[in-house]
Design a protein around this ligand. Structure first.
Ligand SMILES: [Ca+2]
Ligand SMILES: [Zn+2]
Length: 232
């Protein structure tokens, strides 16, 4: 029997005056390039890095866009009950379609330093999920969750700005007045923040200890919303 903890995997979006323009990268599919910053009493050991790389590989395997996204991984002192966070910093000029790889957009994913030694557990064997401690959150799941936010699983982020500065929010446009995402199709109840699933899911605000969630549900919503080229 696993305990359910409140999990504050929130997303803060800050816009600053960093310029950006159309993406021109070419290559063989999505590339998510991590950098690792030690701090708050923790280092990115090979074991921890391997969990991050596994989460990244899952999305790279599934999304075929020829784009590159850089993301910094750090430790931080989170509020109690919060274990991980993604945020991005950028300023979108008029006429820009903001996507996760828009040049100038800076991504950071942070893991709670107070939990990183125990309550958040980095699997030494990320390819198997039958060894997760009952009382711990699976770091691979947390990182998959944050990467889904980074790839557009939230409102107010991947906006298309027209020449007048009016924005189209593709994510928000799929959500009805009852916070249901794609009501005529996938029909997924969202939390009031419109970025988390209301029910048990990788993207739930309340995740369960002792288990792993795959990316499939989140991925399906991202591909539907943004039309990402994908691989089965
Ligand atoms: Ca394992
Ligand atoms: Zn979240």
């Amino acid at each position: 029997m696993s305990l359910v903890f409140r999990i504050g995997i929130g997303a803060v979006l800050l816009w600053t005056s960093v310029g950006c323009g159309p993406s021109t990268s070419v290559g063989g599919g999505l590339k998510i390039v991590p950098t690792f910053t030690d701090g708050a009493g923790h280092t990115w050991t090979d074991r921890r890095k391997a969990v991050v790389l596994r989460a990244i590989a899952d999305y790279q395997r599934a999304i075929a866009e020829n784009e590159t996204i850089a993301v910094e991984f750090k430790f931080y002192d989170a509020e109690p009950g919060h274990y991980a966070m993604w945020y991005a910093i950028n300023f979108p000029p008029k006429g820009t379609s903001v996507r996760p790889w828009t040049p100038g957009l800076t991504h950071v994913i942070m893991i709670d330093a107070n939990s990183a030694g125990g309550l958040v557990w980095f699997d030494p064997t990320p390819s198997t999920d039958d060894d997760i401690p009952e009382s711990a959150f699976d770091a691979l799941t947390l990182i998959r969750h944050e990467l889904a936010h980074m790839l557009g699983h939230r409102a107010g982020y991947c906006l298309d700005y027209d020449a007048d500065g009016q924005a189209i929010d593709h994510w928000q446009a799929r959500i009805d007045a009852n916070s249901v995402f794609d009501p005529e199709g996938l029909n997924v109840a969202l939390a009031d923040d419109l970025e988390h699933a209301a029910d048990n899911d990788l993207m739930s605000y309340y995740l369960t200890t002792g288990r792993r969630y795959d990316i499939d549900d989140a991925l399906q919503r991202l591909i539907l919303t943004y039309g990402y080229k994908s691989r089965p």
